[in-house]
Design a protein around this ligand. Structure first.
Ligand SMILES: Nc1ncnc2c1ncn2[C@@H]1O[C@H](COP(=O)(O)OP(=O)(O)OP(=O)(O)O)[C@@H](O)[C@H]1O
Length: 605
């Protein structure tokens, strides 16, 4: 998360405000209806004030009988009822709109983060990302629920009141007209500071969230190293920063409201003083008598003239907060993300699908491919020649074509891999070998579409179903079976059992009290490193991929378990194309073909 910039340019503010408004698009009709209700309720205040003035005049001055009160009281009751219904309907509609937009923002931001892929996510602090879709999204609620409605009101209601007041008494109309511009002027002056303060507050919230999540995860380490007190001080400092910055935001909010209240009160007082002196005969600006009903009507309307402005001022800092939140979202995503929660995710980064006629990605791995004939080791062919191996078959078409590929991690100074070219045929098994840090995992990330090439291309046959079992698999809090089903929620029990058996998960799960239903903690807490990887492998197998990417699947395994795992994979995978990064001789032999990274892009059989 970047530090908040001290000022935002008008263009940036316009872009962010446009982005906020664009999120409202699916619910715009409902939002318009909500605004219309509030505006109508505001307009109805004019006949309501007229009814009150009329009734009081009839009662106090004309001393008319109850009959004369009938019409104004009926009008008063009707306007009261209509305003109540309109305000209720408007608030309900607006609450619906706010809830919908907030939900859309949350899912949209999660989708945008997911679309950027695991490599992007690895470079972000998870606490800060959580803050984006909680605190930052919440900060936009006031914009949609308050500011936009108040803006609609201020455009329609004060003008109508001004016309009504001018019609009754031009002097009061003039007072209102002359004092009205003060409100937007002060709001603009105060609003600038509010946005910066809001951004600083949200950045502090995100930083504290990230720090807290980080330290919570490493709590055991903190205790082991006796750093508890020092960490507490850090957390304390982070919360103190939030307090100070929140107070600054509140100060600005209160200041803007107080300024407007002051001007509204002074203006209403001016109107009251004018009427008072006129009725006492000490002032005669009109040159004619002023009926009590006119005075009452104008006095009742004067506060309502300023009410939308006061509401807008109250919500003006909501706009500033929302803009601050969007600025932080923009910084976190390196640009304003397209939020399309209901649409499929965009294609993964950096991979081109290339057209190979008649090729549908090859056969997936799985029990249907498992025949007795396929229990023999795969042909010891080079990946360039394909893994089908059967004599007399036409030469296979490449499943993957890598050309002049250069890969660099975001923000890394040097590329992890440079100018590599490679072809891999359907059904091939290829071991990526090379010293630690040579770029094996990086290549797998790029093949999975998680890393955009800096140069060159990766072409994969269209429609190829890919699964990757990485080095640091993320396991969720839940049962082992739940963790397997994450990618294939509709997999049958038999398929689940088969994947678990092949990946040697059954081997350790059968010893656990609840078997596959045993609950494991976040990140696979309660499982050994090798067990967690086997769960991740089973999860990948359950997807029945056509291209299986494995990152050191047998690391941490004893030789017997490794041999059993490779043997069962052999049977299960059939014609599935496998690319495996490894340091193990057994895996290398199992694959049959290997490619040295980063040595020259040659295949060593
Ligand atoms: N997110 C990242 N940002 C910057 N550099 C990275 C990132 N991830 C990896 N690297 C660097 O890229 C290079 C290749 O790393 P990679 O993980 O691909 O190596 P590897 O061959 O898989 O290593 P190992 O055999 O230890 O798993 C290393 O120098 C590593 O430091």
């Amino acid at each position: 998360m970047s530090a908040p910039s001290p000022e935002s340019t008008a263009d940036a503010r316009r872009r962010r405000s446009g982005w906020l408004d664009a999120q409202l698009a699916p619910w715009r009709d409902r939002h318009r209806r909500a605004c219309a209700c509030q505006v109508l309720a505001g307009w109805l205040w004019i006949p309501q004030a007229a009814a009150i003035a009329w009734a009081l005049d009839a009662l106090l001055f004309a001393r008319a009988g109850l009959d004369a009160l009938h019409t104004p009281l009926m009008l008063l009751a009707a306007t009261l009822l209509a305003r109540t219904v309109l305000v209720w309907a408007g608030q309900r509609l607006q609450a619906d709109v706010v809830e919908s937009v907030i939900a859309h923002l949350r899912t949209g931001l999660a989708g945008a983060a997911a679309a950027r892929g695991p490599v992007w996510l690895r470079g972000r602090r998870s606490g800060a990302l959580v803050a984006l879709s909680t605190g930052h999204v919440d900060a936009t609620a006031g914009y949609y629920g308050g500011y936009l409605v108040a803006r609609a009101e201020i455009m329609c209601v004060p003008v109508a009141i001004l016309v009504a007041v001018f019609a009754a008494d031009w002097i009061v109309g003039l007072v209102l007209l002359l004092t009205a511009p003060l409100a937007p002027l002060f709001m603009m002056l105060i609003g600038k500071g509010a946005e910066t303060a809001g951004r600083r507050q949200l950045a502090a919230l995100a930083r504290a969230g990230a720090l807290f999540t980080d330290r919570l995860r490493g709590l055991d380490l903190i205790r082991v190293y006796g750093r508890g007190d020092a960490e507490l001080v850090q957390v304390g400092e982070a919360t103190e920063t939030i307090r100070v910055r929140s107070m600054r935001v509140l100060r600005i909010a209160f200041l803007s409201s107080a300024v407007l209240e002051f001007f509204a009160s002074v203006s209403v007082a001016l109107v009251a003083v004018y009427f008072g002196f006129t009725y006492l005969g000490m002032l005669d600006l009109r040159g004619e008598t002023l009926p009590l009903s006119t005075g009452l009507f104008c006095l009742l309307l004067a506060p309502e003239f300023y009410a939308p402005m006061r509401r807008l001022a109250a919500h003006y800092h909501d706009r500033a907060n929302a803009l601050a939140a969007v600025a932080e979202i923009e910084a976190a995503f390196d640009g304003l993300p397209e939020l399309a929660a209901d649409e499929p995710l965009p294609p993964r980064a950096g991979r081109r699908a290339f057209g190979v006629e008649g090729w549908d990605g090859g056969k997936p791995c799985g029990p249907t491919n498992t025949t007795a004939a396929q229990t023999s080791p795969p042909p010891q062919s080079s990946p360039a020649s394909g893994g089908g191996g059967a004599t007399g078959e036409p030469p296979a078409l490449a499943l993957i074509r890598i050309s002049d590929l250069t890969l660099r991690h975001p923000e890394a100074r040097t590329p992890a891999l440079q100018n590599i070219s490679l072809e891999i045929q359907p059904g091939a098994r290829l071991a990526l070998v090379g010293p630690s840090g040579s770029g094996k995992s990086t290549l797998l990330d790029a093949l999975a579409g998680w890393l955009t090439p800096e140069a060159g291309h990766i072409d994969i046959a269209p429609g190829t179903r890919i699964a990757l079992a990485g080095q640091r698999p993320w396991l969720f809090h839940g049962s082992i079976a739940d963790n397997l089903r994450i990618g294939a929620p509709h997999a049958s029990d038999a398929e689940l059992a088969e994947a678990a058996r092949v990946a040697q998960v059954t081997r350790f799960a059968s010893r656990l009290p609840e078997g596959m239903d045993t609950v494991i903690g976040e990140r696979g807490f309660g499982l050994s490193g090798g067990e967690a990887r086997r769960v991740a492998l089973a999860r990948a197998l359950l997807l029945r991929p056509q291209l299986l990417l494995l990152d050191e699947p047998t690391a941490f395994l004893d030789p017997d378990t490794e041999a059993d795992l490779l043997a069962s994979l052999d049977v299960h995978l059939g014609d599935c194309t496998v690319i495996v990064a490894t340091h193990s001789d057994a895996v290398r032999a199992w694959a049959g073909a290997q490619w040295q990274v980063p040595a020259t892009a040659e295949v060593a059989p």
